[in-house]
Design a protein around this ligand. Structure first.
Ligand SMILES: NC(=O)c1ccc[n+]([C@@H]2O[C@H](COP(=O)([O-])OP(=O)(O)OC[C@H]3O[C@@H](n4cnc5c(N)ncnc54)[C@H](OP(=O)(O)O)[C@@H]3O)[C@@H](O)[C@H]2O)c1
Length: 260
């Protein structure tokens, strides 16, 4: 049983940033629903977090890159007090070389499921005048991203969508926080096949530190939370001040694999 009487649902909680966020939520006294595809990792995480923090933690195995995933999940878990839309992936390649099914899965996971889960859990939160939503974006969302065109566009959606509903919900008791970090050491780069790009020559942050920053922003209700290091703030600022042709070129150089 939770120590604060509240439940947090975390997507992509089998590893990386999502697992670190789940640890912080458990330490904060939240019961947990941990969602991802890797059953064993989820079960291990749920068991460890429950015993370490005295909360309930339930693993839910689901592929959230399918169009009806949000409905199925909501039917299983009809209420949550904190929704963490964290699951996401990217693909590094020329757009025309990426299979249509992979593109669809990327958009469904990074955009559609995030939107539909928000739509499903929000009315309950508004009714209770209490709720928190954390949407994980990226500094990628501030730029166009040659060779990761779909991912950058998805994250731009997450930033825009989150800010808009945060404003709609002002005074409702429900807070929306959007977290936009730069590179983090997780399984992300390998899944995206982007590990050999110049972007990853720069130092990346660690997932524990980034989760702490995202958690702080969530609790404070920071609408757009761009964390340390300052290079992330520079991306945000320069995206607003630099001519678009220069932005496209620099972003291309960051994402271009050597063998291409
Ligand atoms: N790492 C970075 O450099 C970076 C930078 C900025 C933003 N982000 C964002 O941070 C978030 C977390 O990424 P991460 O860095 O922690 O990456 P990660 O280590 O690859 O973790 C991704 C998580 O999402 C889950 N996931 C992937 N596909 C899924 C699907 N179809 N259905 C359900 N769950 C799925 C994975 O679990 P299963 O494989 O078990 O399903 C895993 O738990 C993402 O939204 C990402 O875009 C990452």
């Amino acid at each position: 049983m939770s120590r604060n009487g509240k439940l947090a649902l975390v997507t992509g909680a089998s590893g990386g940033l999502g697992l670190e966020l789940a640890k912080l939520l458990a330490a904060g006294g939240y019961d947990l629903v941990l969602v991802a595809r890797s059953e064993e990792k989820l079960r291990d995480a749920a068991r460890d977090l429950a015993s370490a923090h005295g909360v309930d933690a339930k693993p839910v195995v689901a592929d959230l890159a399918t169009s009806d995933a949000a409905g199925t999940l909501f039917a299983q878990v009809p209420r949550c007090d904190v929704l963490v839309n964290n699951a996401g992936f990217a693909t590094n390649d020329r757009f025309e070389r990426i299979g249509e099914s992979r593109i669809t899965e990327e958009i469904v996971l990074d955009v559609l499921t995030l939107t539909r889960l928000t739509r499903k859990y929000l009315p309950g939160m508004i009714e209770r005048r209490d709720g928190k939503i954390l949407n994980i974006a990226s500094t990628a969302g501030f730029l166009p991203g040659p060779f990761m065109a779909v991912y950058y566009a998805c994250k731009a959606y997450v930033i825009s969508f989150s800010q808009a509903i945060a404003e709609e919900l002002r005074g409702s008791g429900v807070r929306v926080s959007c977290f936009a970090p730069g590179s983090i050491h997780t399984g992300f780069a390998q899944r995206a096949n982007s590990g050999s790009t110049p972007l990853w020559i720069l130092p990346a942050s660690n997932a524990t530190t980034m989760a702490k920053s995202a958690y702080r922003g969530l609790m404070r209700g920071t609408v757009l939370n761009v964390p340390w290091p300052p290079s992330n703030w520079l991306v945000d600022l320069s995206a607003r001040l630099t001519p678009r042709a220069i932005l496209r070129f620099v972003s291309r150089k960051a994402n271009e694999r050597r063998e291409r």
